[in-house]
Ligand binder design. Sequence first.
Ligand SMILES: [Mg+2]
Ligand SMILES: [Zn+2]
Length: 210
Amino acid sequence: MTENGFMDLEENKRPAAFLDRDGVLIQDLGYVYRTDDLHILPGVVEGLRFLHDKGYLLIVISNQSGVARGLFTSEDVDLFHRELQHQILASLGFGLDGIYYCPHHPEGRVPHLAIECNCRKPGLGLLEDAGRDFSIDWSRSFLVGDKDSDVTCAHKASLIGIQVTSGQYEAHCSPDFEISSLADLQNIWSEIERKMIAFGAEPLTSSDVP
Ligand SMILES: [Mg+2]
Ligand SMILES: [Zn+2]
């Protein structure tokens, strides 16, 4: 509540950790869609618990052009994501808050999905979708990905971009931070916070953390 007794909408906002899926949460085996191929990466459980304890929304944003390419269907993706949620819930006791993916690709084979869209990263459509569904404190949100397109997406949205560089891709486009697994976030958290404050976020007090 504010001094005048009105509910302050700002208070209800939560920061979001936008997380790429393949190469950040799970092993990137290339167009993964079979639940047998779902392997959560080392450090993910620790990293998610850390972010959850900090009050972060956990929101996956993922390019899944395999749908447009006709390699698998959106039903396959949904099934895969249900299994991902199930496994995270089983090991952590909480799930991901949202999973958004882009099924498009301009060179796809499925006609209605073979388009230039706004949601394929580095496009901002998935972030915008999440912004409609959640009340997000953007000043404290950030994005973790393993590709340049993730970091570019973060920077286009004026978010801190963190790159997981242990995988198959190297950083070429100046991520704000490089980590080798999601668990590393806790080691560099004070640096991340310092950068958020430098970008204009209000310093947190302990009472802000739910
Ligand atoms: Mg990736
Ligand atoms: Zn798209």
